[in-house]
Design a protein around this ligand. Structure first.
Ligand SMILES: [Zn+2]
Length: 131
């Protein structure tokens, strides 16, 4: 899947969580792109059986689309934690950079990052302790 299609899947899934609904206008606003761009991406997602686009503008993910989105969001969380806890950048930078590189890393690299982030987080102890 291309980086941009992954971004769309991630965004649709986030909007569903945040607002219980994902509409073409919301997706366009969230990604800062035009509605025609959203339509083009949605047709591609539809062709792959990942999303369904209703004529009134609502977008739904198929089971397969939800699974793919969860995978991408998992990578996002992990990379953000790694950049924050191991690399030591600010939470905002960790979020932004994590979301950019999440589309490019190999499984091998992700596995190592997972191990390192896991170590760093376990050293820190349960959330809320220390600081
Ligand atoms: Zn992301």
């Amino acid at each position: 899947m291309t980086e941009s299609l992954e971004m769309y899947l991630e965004t649709i899934s986030l909007l569903h969580d945040r607002m219980r609904i994902a509409r073409v206008t919301d997706i366009a606003a969230e990604l800062g792109v035009s509605k025609p761009s959203v339509h083009a991406a949605l047709h591609e997602l539809e062709r792959r059986g990942l999303a369904r686009h209703e004529h009134y503008g609502e977008v739904h993910l198929s089971a397969e689309g939800r699974e793919a989105a969860a995978e991408i969001r998992g990578r996002h969380e992990l990379l953000a934690a790694f950049l924050r806890e191991v690399v030591g950048v600010s939470p905002q930078t960790a979020e932004r950079d994590g979301c950019r590189i999440e589309h490019y890393l190999s499984e091998e690299t992700m596995e190592r990052i997972k191990a390192l982030a896991g170590e760093a987080l376990s050293r820190k102890g349960p959330a809320g302790e220390g600081e």
